[in-house]
Design a protein around this ligand. Structure first.
Ligand code: SOE
Length: 448
């Protein structure tokens, strides 16, 4: 699919003005927070970038028919389905975008690849290494048929981070010595925050580790170009019991608990506490608030980590530290990193995402020092399609860029990055972290 010579399912030449342009039909499964972010990417990308293939928002899928129809309208999808298998089978869908909790990723992705569709899958790729291996193998088989598969590590597409990768690849840091990553949120500080699917191992695989740690492990491997060799880790679950639906607290702040429907047969009943109906397949971007009534109701066990901290070695000898937590009071979505090499350093803070700090250690000491690069110049990654210098981009643009890069891969049949193999590599690091933490931080090599 996706080649001009041999159009695949959901791929066709457009008619009317711009008739030479091709399009690929996108079908999205799940439509809560990530689904809304992806929808924004698909809606916008063709209006900003020159694309070899324009996306058509063919259909969205969720288990609750009324809710998914309402959100299809709100998010710009032409049709709604309540069974992901029906979505995958549609002739007008050539690319399946998976925005569901991790427990349904493998089943949907493998079925879509076997049905001849391209796939975009939210991170982390899967809940276990075994599932991720099966997905990577399915992607490899599909690659031979011209299909592509990508993981949604969207932060790679923040221009400042793409620029950081470019500077590292150009050798501007010299020999890497340290890599330091933190990803901090605070939506679980309140013990009354409900037990959503994100706090259940059977649905999410792990907690802060897979949700936030996966992003910084992927960034570490992307930015340095190295694979984490081994880790020493600690994890903790600070609050082990939380209210179920109807308990104290009305929903996770900012929609972080909303599930997004996976369609019939995917995922269980859900914790049912995620604001806009996690158990029913999600709905909306989630607007719950944690300031609900404090009447005690039924509680359930938290079965994932609230926080994970680990040190790591890279094959080059560089040392890395990682911290992922949902308990950093006051930190809403604070992804920060710093790389230190023999010739220079880079630092980034997602809360100031149009900036990259760079210190050139080869410059005369009297004038060297960190300087702020405002990443809004036309020759910075992705920026030329947007606004004049200084006008800046935000979180949502990373999803537009992700859609752009994936559509180029679809058109050329090249493997997009991060590939499912890259997603599997992250999954292996997460597994080593869990193994090390279970042994109270014993150094654990990442099994390749
Ligand atoms: C929730 O912690 C979350 O939505 C993650 O799942 C996303 O991947 C991250 O981008 C923002 O926070």
């Amino acid at each position: 699919p996706g080649t001009a010579a041999a159009p695949g399912p959901g791929t066709a030449a457009a008619s009317g003005p711009g008739a030479a342009r091709r399009h690929v039909g996108v079908g999205m499964v799940g439509y809560a927070f990530m689904g809304a972010a992806h929808s924004q990417g698909w809606r916008t990308v063709g209006h900003v970038f020159d694309l070899p293939e324009d996306p058509r928002l063919a259909a969205v899928c969720g288990r609750d028919g009324a809710a998914v129809r309402a959100d299809a309208e709100r998010l710009g999808w032409a049709a709604a389905e309540t069974d992901w298998r029906a979505l995958v089978a549609r002739d007008d869908v050539g690319l399946v975008d998976i925005c569901t909790p991790g427990d349904s990723h493998a089943e949907i992705a493998i079925a879509a690849l076997e049905a001849g569709k391209h796939v975009l899958c939210e991170k982390p790729l899967a809940n276990t290494v075994e599932e991720a291996e099966a997905m990577a193998a399915a992607a490899e088989r599909a690659r031979a048929r011209g299909q592509v598969a990508m993981v949604g590590f969207n932060y790679r597409r923040v221009p400042a981070l793409a620029l950081a990768r470019r500077l590292v690849a150009e050798g501007r840091l010299g020999a890497l010595r340290h890599a330091r990553f933190t990803y901090l949120q605070d939506w679980l500080v309140d013990p009354g925050a409900p037990l959503t699917w994100r706090l259940r191992k059977d649905r999410a695989g792990s907690g802060a580790l897979g949700d936030l740690g996966a992003h910084i492990v992927d960034l570490a491997q992307y930015l340095t170009g190295e694979a984490v060799a081994g880790v020493s880790a600690l994890t903790e679950t600070f609050v082990r019991e939380r209210p179920l639906a109807g308990g104290w607290g009305a929903g996770a702040p900012g929609g972080l608990g909303a599930a997004g429907g996976a369609g019939a047969g995917a995922g269980g009943a859900g914790a049912g506490a995620g604001g806009a109906g996690a158990g029913a397949g999600g709905g909306g971007a989630g607007t719950g608030t944690s300031s609900g009534s404090r009447t005690r109701g039924a509680v359930g066990q938290v079965t994932v980590d609230d926080a994970a901290v680990f040190t790591a070695r890279f094959p080059s000898g560089a040392l890395a530290t990682f911290e992922a937590t949902r308990f950093a009071a006051g930190r809403k979505n604070a992804l920060r990193l710093e790389l230190n090499g023999s010739d220079g350093s880079l630092a980034f803070d997602l809360e100031r995402l149009n900036e990259l700090s760079f210190h050139d250690h080869t410059a005369p000491a009297a004038s060297a020092g960190f300087r702020r690069i405002l990443v809004t110049e036309p020759d910075h990654p992705y920026v030329d399609a947007w606004w004049p210098p200084g006008h800046g981009l935000g979180y949502e643009h990373s999803f537009v860029h992700q859609a752009r890069d994936l559509l180029h891969a679809v058109a050329t049949g090249t493997t997009p990055e991060p590939s499912f193999a890259d997603g599997l590599a992250v999954q292996r690091v997460l597994a080593a972290v869990e193994e090390s933490a279970a042994k109270n931080s014993v150094y654990t090599p990442v099994v390749a």
